[in-house]
Ligand binder design. Sequence first.
Ligand SMILES: C[S@@+](CC[C@H](N)C(=O)[O-])C[C@H]1O[C@@H](n2cnc3c(N)ncnc32)[C@H](O)[C@@H]1O
Length: 289
Amino acid sequence: MLSSPTSVRASWPRVTDASRQFVEDLVARGLERREARWLVEEFAPGGDLDAERAVLAAADRRLRGEPLQYIIGHWPFRQLDLDVDSRVLIPRPETEELVELALRELAAMDSATPLIADLGCGSGAIGLALLHELAQRGVTGSLIAVDASSDALAVAKRNALKHGLHRVSFVESNWFGGLDESFHTSFDLIVSNPPYIAEGEMASLDAVLSFEPRSALVAGDDGGPGMSDLATIISSAPSWLRPHGALLAEHGFSQGEAVVTLARSAGFTDVRDERDMAGHPRILVAKGR
Ligand SMILES: C[S@@+](CC[C@H](N)C(=O)[O-])C[C@H]1O[C@@H](n2cnc3c(N)ncnc32)[C@H](O)[C@@H]1O
């Protein structure tokens, strides 16, 4: 199950004396103090009184339940500050762990020019973070960022430009369906955080999810509740990976056994499932053929 993205901002923003009254006004309207401080810092840095209207409009949106990340319009993911809006999923902390595991797999491969596919790239979070952190290690990665949503791809493109990450091709595609055949057996790494919530589960989850694109969250039940996209990706991945390439896929905490079984059936020989920081089964790591 996806965690609430509103709980993840790690540090307190700077609050000057001049902005303190603004914060108190927003708290009096019903906002949590830390969120009031974030909005004031974002829309009226230093307590800029001319920005009052913008702060109040932002506070109203938050009080109507809209996620803070969409109101602010950007959010940290690994070392990147990603633009986010209602066209894309808000990147989650457990997905940062997938990036960490992917970097370890790439380091073990020791390729100077790895080719990576990010399936369902959304804001570009996973693939762009990988390119950025590989560059810091002197590794020149190339990324094929795939999404079925042209809206999501527009956000991912903006984030690539924002961070000067140019070795990216953006492909509007239903998973592998629109990829050029020449990519068969080419990818060192395939990463994905696909939709994995079953339709029937949605009602019981965090209200924040109702602001995010449904197509980023909900998957069909072929292969088990919410499993259909994971099943498609896992069964197709072997023919797109180079020998000894790796697939890393995020999944729901009750889907661990199912994804491991699927990966073995697809022909992966080295398969494990990693837990997230909360101790839940979360990330499939599958290699070998
Ligand atoms: C859970 S979001 C992940 C976004 C981003 N990778 C992240 O981790 O923050 C899933 C993404 O998969 C995309 N998607 C859904 N169905 C798809 C399909 N059939 N083919 C390609 N992308 C799809 C959605 O548009 C969405 O951007």
